[in-house]
Design a protein around this ligand. Sequence first.
Ligand code: GCO
Length: 474
Amino acid sequence: MSLSITRRTAALGAVSASLAACGSPAAVAFPAPASRQFPTDFIWGCATSAFQIEGALGEDGRGQSIWDVFPREAIADRSDASTANDSYHRFGEDTALLADAGLKAYRFSIAWPRIMPVGAGAVNQAGIDYYAGLADACLGRGITPYATLFHWDLPLALQATGGWTSRDTAQRFADYAAEIGARLGGRIKHFVILNEPSVHVFAGHVLGIHAPGLKDASLIGPVTHHQNLAQGLAIQALRAAQSDLAIGTTLAVTPSRAARGWPFLNDRAADGFDAVWNRAYLDPLFKGEYPKAARDFVEASVREGDMDIIRQPLDFLGVNYYAPAYLRFDPSSDARIALGEPPGGVELDAFGRHIDPSGLWQLLQRVREQYGNPRVLITENGCSDPFSTGPAVTDDRFRIDYLRRHLEAVKSAMEAGSQVGGYFHWTLVDNWEWAEGYRSKFGLVAQDRASGARTEKASYAWFKALAESGALPA
Ligand code: GCO
């Protein structure tokens, strides 16, 4: 699939291209961990998002989100998330599963349309009450709630006024964050501001495979910058509302590698992708500036003072990791950049992506060396069953193997100096996986679609033993 960035990006990427390389190596060597024992204060948790688990889309005054109207025809199994895990009603079971697994943290997201049904103005008290109840259910079981403020479910009414292409949406997000801080900040002390803003830009606004389903490369700049701005404003608003919060944000920090094929040109593609996918978020946050190759896109949206707002101190950086990206030069696309194939012969996941724990090592090393070694939480990592509309694989040894190998990379990076404080598995219960619907399953726990009944998989017991002992099995 083509990523319609612009010709200029590919050209700028060329400046730093290596003349010699002809496709990145399939993996990066990293040392085996010296010890398999994680620190006693390491946080073991699970991650979810509101739209993927809650259901109850029309209940208790919730407004519509952009995902409510995203066409079912664009979802692989033609499903919708109107029931999902029914976690709106069954969160007691979910938190019991977390507690029984010995997990000490739960990352969930707050649906903005439950709090502000039209994205602005009056607060819906029922929405606040729901998340207060969820937080209390966590706290009552010794689980620390980590609430994400935006996991892609923008109130539909805000899309009608331009969504993230509009600067006003950043201010509305800050207002929402202020309400959350004031009304929930007494209970919820850990916040994640955004989830993977780069995915929301490209999948939602360039490729059209996620809501809001737009296909317009000219939106990259405004949607990138307004999410960054919103994040800075929201951090300020939360801190102003409540002084004792731990605040982070979650980025899809993705190793960007040249696909095999045309040496030099594919390196340029990988550099261009890295600039708009990774550095367009990391650099403003940690350095107060956009990388050169991204300035071209964002400069029309940036106003005086914005970069100071975006560069906020963080209590932690959330990183999500699934796979490295392989990029190739594509003369047929406007961007001259397209996603390429992973190297031949490597292990692939259900999405056809390279299963490569060394990518996780590589991104942790990068954050350590290039961004001042912040405290990092792995806010998502996990793997899907092979795509199927049938029941889940409950004897999921492939998932145990995936987790064990990725956690070896985490431990090894910690031994090299990375300040990784926790790991949130994606996800607890098999849920509604965006464009893949229910055919992709990432849970430690299976769900019977008809009854909603939950069944623990083999990986659940494995993760429980790990969380309880901190000892990573060989
Ligand atoms: C993402 C999201 C999650 C996904 C998960 C599995 O990274 O896409 O944060 O909502 O469900 O990553 O694909």
